[in-house]
Design a binder for this molecule. Structure first.
Ligand code: PRP
Ligand code: URA
Length: 213
């Protein structure tokens, strides 16, 4: 897996505000949204395009257009929803599929509770959105799901990742023969005994939407 840790002062600035425990939910949602749009710029570097001619008021110019089938954006519910609008701002014509996953907080195993995706993803480029890559269970399961349906190019966008999670994804997906890239605003130090990213930002879903219980 190719790992790209964003290195930009604006991203670091917004990530610092996002981490701050005094940042309230509305501000957290706005910052997550802004961060995704900045990360999406890097994450879509390999988006598939084809050459076209365009008639300007002055002359014919050579340009590009997104290739069909359009990319598929897949937010992992619930916290990934907080990244969807920011991604769509940059890729407004992308299709959107949904995966609902929740981590068992004792075993750290990811359980899939909802799925709304095209049955056939053959040849599709997929952009998976999830703010947190902790143990890697959720993201590894999501990627495996998409590849099983035929996706042949995966980019995951996270706000924070832990080294343990990155290592797990690399191990779990080592047999895959397709390009997988991770674009993240930050790669933190480690996980704590509860599987939380340290220093992290806490529970992303709760900070976006309130405590789920
Ligand atoms: C969080 C987060 C990731 C997952 C990361 O979701 O949004 O999906 O945990 O942990 P992992 O890398 O160890 O799998 P959570 O399960 O809390 O659900 P939520 O989005 O509904 O809050
Ligand atoms: N899920 C979160 O929301 N935060 C973490 O630090 C780990 C998993």
């Amino acid at each position: 897996m190719q790992v790209h840790v964003a290195d930009h002062p604006l991203i670091s600035h917004k990530l610092t505000l996002l981490r701050d425990e005094t940042t309230d939910s509305p501000t957290f949602r706005r910052l997550a949204d802004e961060l995704v749009t900045l990360l999406a710029y890097e994450a879509t570097r390999d988006v598939r395009v084809h050459g076209v001619d365009v008639q300007t008021p002055v002359a014919l110019a050579r340009g590009v257009r997104l290739t069909d089938p359009r990319p598929l954006v897949v937010p992992i519910l619930r916290a990934g929803l907080g990244m969807l609008e920011g991604m769509q701002r940059l890729l407004p014509t992308a299709e959107v599929g949904f995966l609902g996953m929740v981590r068992n907080e004792e075993t750290f195993e990811a359980v899939t509770y909802a799925e709304r995706l095209p049955d056939d993803l053959t040849g599709r480029q997929c952009y998976v959105l999830d703010p947190m890559l902790a143990t890697g269970g959720s993201l590894a399961a999501a990627i495996a799901f998409l590849v099983q349906r035929g996706a042949d190019h995966i980019t995951a966008i996270t706000l924070l990742a832990a080294p343990e999670g990155v290592a797990r994804i690399e191990a779990d997906l080592a047999h895959l023969d397709i390009p997988v890239t991770l674009v993240t605003a930050g790669l933190d130090e480690r996980l704590d005994e509860h599987g939380y990213i340290v220093p992290g930002l806490g529970d992303a879903g709760d900070r976006l939407y309130g405590v789920a219980g």
